[in-house]
Design a binder for this molecule. Structure first.
Ligand code: F6R
Length: 364
């Protein structure tokens, strides 16, 4: 049942700390505090590059994973939505890593992309929540997200579990490729192990998120902005808002706004920005100042350090704990999903069963 929550989505949002913790338990040895992957039937260090694919929220998780794989493991990554990848016929180097991400393991487009990748000499590693699924059967290896059953059509907890697996995988590949010294691994793993507690802190911001939701619920269009690994977080926010509140939303890389969408900005289009204090913060802040100067209403997800700088120009802020740059997307996506939930509740939509959508899309 819903355990006293209004909807399955609300219950599942509150499971973020638990599923991050359970997923870490599978992937981190508590004694050595090192990432330990299950035995794989191929050598990760041999992959010259990775090709990632998924649909919807799982695709955005993959986009965050790309930043980590490139930055930490120095592995070149190509990523595309499954419905495009399967028809692109990209040239693939031997022993490339085919990385698929899916909650259900049954999404027809992702399964078709898996089969297309099979035509090349690619090792297929799938990040799946349902471990007895079609994709599991057709993969060379599976890394499980330990999110438990997800009932709400809109995905929530599976996303942070996917990010947790991709973060651990990036660490393991970085080590295998000789790009990670033990001290740096210790630093990254510590940041991950801190996440269940920090995720609970994020959930405790629900009053501030609700206040933001009252502004968003009145809007017809909403712009989501983020940079770097927070850009996919913005995309996830826009998708979730569209999906369950039926409000039009678009996500842009913060720096891309001036190349077009800035012409949309006026006081009727709220701007939801994910802007924690990372090395890219100042760049994002100047994009937000540009939006503000054009009458934009800024609703900002940030952290304790970012709040000092952004509060002066923002109409509302949601302040999360300051964490290591590496894990910021895992933390920041939580209130972004909560915002979509609270807006949908205000709108009175069928939150768990949004119109026209099914939990797993088994047609191409
Ligand atoms: C978004 C959502 C969908 C799924 C997508 C992929 O909230 O639920 O976008 O993420 O259909 O589904 P899986 O992960 O089952 O392959």
């Amino acid at each position: 049942g819903k355990d006293g929550y209004r909807h399955y989505m609300e219950k599942e949002l509150h499971e973020h700390p638990l599923v991050i913790g359970q997923t870490l338990q599978r992937m981190v040895d508590p004694a050595t505090r090192k990432v330990v992957l299950p035995e794989l039937p191929f050598n990760l260090a041999d992959a010259p590059r990775a090709v990632m694919t998924a649909c919807g929220s799982a695709f955005y998780a993959g986009m965050v994973g790309r930043y980590w794989l490139e930055e930490i493991a120095r592995l070149p990554v190509d990523i595309d939505v499954a419905s495009e990848l399967r028809y692109r016929n990209p040239p693939l180097d031997r022993h490339s890593l085919g990385l698929l991400i899916s909650q259900s393991g049954e999404t027809a487009d992702t399964l078709a992309a898996l089969r297309a990748l099979r035509q090349s000499d690619v090792h297929i590693l799938s990040v799946l929540n349902v471990e007895h699924s079609s994709m599991a059967r057709e993969s060379d290896a599976v890394l499980g997200t330990v999110a438990g059953p997800e009932i709400s059509v809109a995905s929530t907890k599976a996303f942070t579990a996917q990010l947790t697996v991709l973060a651990c995988l990036s660490i393991a590949i970085a080590r295998a490729r000789g790009h990670l010294d033990p001290l740096r691994e210790e630093e990254l793993v510590s940041a991950l192990l801190d996440m269940p507690t920090r995720a609970a802190d994020a959930l405790a911001q629900n009053e501030a998120v609700r206040a933001m939701a009252r502004v968003v619920a009145e809007a017809r269009d909403v712009l989501y902005l983020g940079r770097g690994s927070l850009f996919p977080v913005a995309m996830e926010g826009a998708l979730k808002l569209k999906e369950i509140s039926y409000i039009h939303a678009e996500a842009y890389a913060a720096g891309e706004m001036k190349h077009g969408p800035i012409s949309l900005i006026d006081s009727s289009v709220p701007i939801v920005a994910s802007a924690p204090y990372t090395p890219l913060f100042d760049k994002t802040l100047s994009n937000l100042q540009e939006a503000k100067a054009r009458g934009g209403r800024l609703l900002v997800f940030t952290d304790t350090k970012g709040a000092e700088r952004v509060s002066a120009i923002a109409e509302q802020v949601v302040v999360l704990p300051h964490v290591h740059d590496f894990v910021t997307p895992i933390l920041q996506v939580i209130p972004v999903q909560m915002l979509a939930y609270e807006v949908a509740v205000l709108k009175g939509t069928d939150v768990d069963q949004p119109r026209n959508l099914a939990k797993s899309v088994t047609v191409e």
